[in-house]
Design a protein around this ligand. Structure first.
Ligand SMILES: Nc1ncnc2c1ncn2[C@@H]1O[C@H](COP(=O)(O)OP(=O)(O)O)[C@@H](O)[C@H]1O
Ligand SMILES: [Mg+2]
Length: 420
């Protein structure tokens, strides 16, 4: 290892120093690589097993690496959904003194999937629509924080299953900029580029037969704009309420309720009356994503996706109603629900299958399966029976999403640039 190696990081895991930085990333030995699905990229990216976790290493110019590191660090401080930066390493040289490019190291986002991996399994227009919905939420959240992305695309986003939907995370911040606030022009530019890139990406998938020939990429791509605008307006627009005749207090409560349903909490609301006092303007000033996530966390300590949390909270409410405890505090009911409903389901899943999905996702799928079985049977199928059939019939068919692909598949996939 060269003496001139320079590492920028908040904390350095000593194991990081043992990696073969004097070797170009392309030539890193298979033994240290982790076989996980990778998206399309300009630069060489490799996943590496390091002290019980996985890191992503990207070979890139030193100034871009530092810029991206700082962007990702700022985003993580702002609690934005993005990958977490670990380090930038510069000053790499081969044993014969040849200079090598810098690297940016990030934490591998667990259970995440690049969009191409999803399409190698499902290929439906509906999947594309759900990815775009998730990307619209991500883009609105980033814009609210003043983050201009500059290169929005499906390839630069990672997806996690989140109950029946997906949640999206930013993975590539090379072109990003943080501003106190974004102008309408900056926001529109990001949305336009997202639309163009998505349409191109879907057309590529279609050409490779990974996407239905009769689906229209332009139609689906247009959705990013409508979803983005609807959500942006709901979160930021000024609403005018007549103070005579209407019930302003109710309107404020309704606005907050709609935001909560969309998964946001209102941190601050601005209310102003006009000079005549007949009109009230309501505008959310600070909104925080993760309404259901935080509520479930408070009740149970579970750290899960927003939609998963919404689903679990509904099940807790159902449990409260069906066990005749409508008057009991939700905290108490939530603990009983954990031990008598949630945990038995997760425990019933054999260890080798449990690695496949996150526990909250397993529970979501169990609920889906229970609904399906009960619909078929025409009565409420007993809990134990639903678990048994979920484990026997549904789970084995799932791909192993924590690992997703076997090393054989990974090796051949890595050789096939069209696949990833
Ligand atoms: N921290 C990470 N966790 C999971 N996947 C990652 C991570 N970093 C990179 N990747 C994968 O590598 C791909 C390329 O990374 P990206 O930063 O977009 O590189 P490029 O700048 O070359 O486009 C991503 O699409 C993603 O699939
Ligand atoms: Mg990229």
């Amino acid at each position: 290892m060269s003496d001139l190696l320079e590492i920028t990081a908040a904390t350095v895991d000593p194991a990081l120093l043992d990696l073969p930085w004097e070797v170009p990333l392309e030539e890193w030995p298979d033994e240290i690589l982790a076989a996980l699905p990778r998206g399309i990229s300009r630069h060489t990216v490799r996943f590496v097993n390091l002290s019980n976790r996985v890191i992503a290493v990207k070979e890139i110019g030193p100034s871009v690496a530092h810029h991206e590191f700082h962007m990702l660090r700022d985003l993580s401080r702002l609690d934005a959904p993005s990958v977490l930066p670990t380090a930038v390493i510069t000053g790499r040289r081969t044993p014969v003194g040849e200079e090598l490019n810098a690297v940016l190291v990030t934490e591998h986002l667990q259970f995440s999937l690049p969009y191409r991996a999803l399409f190698s399994q499902h290929m439906s227009a509906d999947t594309a629509t759900r990815l775009i919905d998730a990307l619209a939420v991500l883009l609105v959240r980033l814009h609210l924080l003043g983050f201009y992305w500059g290169d929005v695309s499906l390839s630069n986003t990672l997806f996690r299953r989140d109950a029946g939907a997906f949640s999206a995370y930013l993975v590539d911040a090379e072109t990003g900029e943080l501003h106190p606030a974004l102008t309408r022009g900056q926001r529109e530019y990001d949305v336009d580029l997202a639309r163009t890139n998505i349409i191109g990406e879907l057309m590529d998938l279609q050409a490779g037969l990974y996407f239905p020939a009769d689906a229209d990429p332009i139609d689906i791509g247009d959705r990013i704009r409508t979803r983005y605008e609807d959500l942006w307006n709901e979160l930021t627009a000024v609403e005018t309420v007549e103070t005579v005749g209407a019930n302003p207090r109710l309107r404020v409560a309704q606005r907050i309720r709609r935001l909560n349903d969309l998964g946001f909490d209102v941190g601050e609301l601005k209310m102003t009356t006009d000079a005549s006092g007949t009109r009230l303007e309501i505008q959310p000033k600070v909104v925080d994503a993760g309404h259901h996530h935080r509520k479930l966390m408070r009740l149970t300590g579970m750290d899960v996706g927003e939609n998963q949390a919404r689903r679990l909270l509904n099940d807790i409410e159902t449990f409260r109603a069906t066990t005749g405890r409508s008057d009991a505090p939700l905290e108490i009911v939530a603990h009983e629900w954990l031990s008598s409903v949630f945990e038995p389901v997760v425990r019933a899943v054999p260890a080798e299958l449990a690695r496949k999905l996150e526990p909250a996702q397993i529970f979501h799928e169990f609920l889906e399966h229970r609904w399906y079985r009960s619909q078929q049977a025409g009565y409420d199928v007993p809990f134990e029976e639903v678990i048994a059939s979920y484990v026997a019939e549904v789970l084995p068919a799932k791909r192993d999403e924590a690992i997703l692909i076997s090393s054989d598949e990974a090796a051949s996939a890595a050789d096939d640039p069209d696949l990833w």
